[in-house]
Write a protein that binds this ligand. Sequence first.
Ligand SMILES: [Zn+2]
Length: 344
Amino acid sequence: MSYSAHDVGSCPCCLGDRISLMENADHACAVCGHRWRRAHPLSHYETQQGRNELPAGDIERKIIDRMTSIDPLLRNGIRILEIGCAEGLLGERVKREAAVHYTGLEVSADAKAARSRLDHVVQAIDSQQFTAAFDLILAFHVLEHLANAESELVEWNHLLKPTGRLLLETPNGAGHSLLENDGNPEHAHQFTPASLSLLVWRAGFDTITLTNSHFESPVYTDSLRLLAAPKQQTSVRREKLLMRFATKLGENFVVYGAGGDFMTYVAPLSPWLNIAALCDTNTARRGQRLAGLEITAYDPASLRGLPILISTTRHRREITNLLIQQGISIEQIVGLEDIFGLVE
Ligand SMILES: [Zn+2]
């Protein structure tokens, strides 16, 4: 093996150029561990049938394994797209669990069987028609078949609503922990945890969870399963945080505590917040300016009635006690954890 960057280009996942050409002409990346092959036939799928053929017990085992990840994502009324839905057996199970609208994409002749089980089956995606249409995209053992996996992922991202989720699975490397290389000629890629999460990240997703050892078939016993969400734009994240501040504190409030927590959790948002005063118990800091605000003592007379955000998790209790002694009601006092601890 030798590195010959000019001949073989860069890694499709990490873009690294430490690529070696294996004896079987596969490429291997020394940075993220990804393996791939350039040439790869896809066209014959359309005439194929029974691609999911396994003994019934194995199919059941596979569906049960997948449902453990799908179940927590189900809500009545959501729209699901399964890419590579085969005969629609997984979709049939999902539809039994929740009142969802289920679209399957299947290029092989198995699409015919899927039509009797799913709400809608297509053989190609009209990306105009389906822009931001889905709450959940499922793609089990599809990505490793796609020569240009990155552009496919980007397209899937566009099909998802901003709050949507992508759940996908591929073999982990060769798909078996004791095999070095996957000889399956239909597989253009052999992913590692690193290469899969890098590719997904570059295609505009944030990984939420990544697990291994999932069952695909008696020979592919080690699959990677990744749950991801479309990356949120900075402005969207900020709006969500500001909404939390507004819900707990209203329009105008006092901030108590001008230390590290203030600088991390409040100061970056200060241009969009209406902070009436920044107070601190440390008299030595009074008169200094932080985030455009002068540090002062808490003055109950001028600030009466305004909610108070205690911007230190460490000293929350002592500051709360101090404020209560000054006649402030506990209902007026909000902690950082009341804002940042909210779970969606
Ligand atoms: Zn790489």
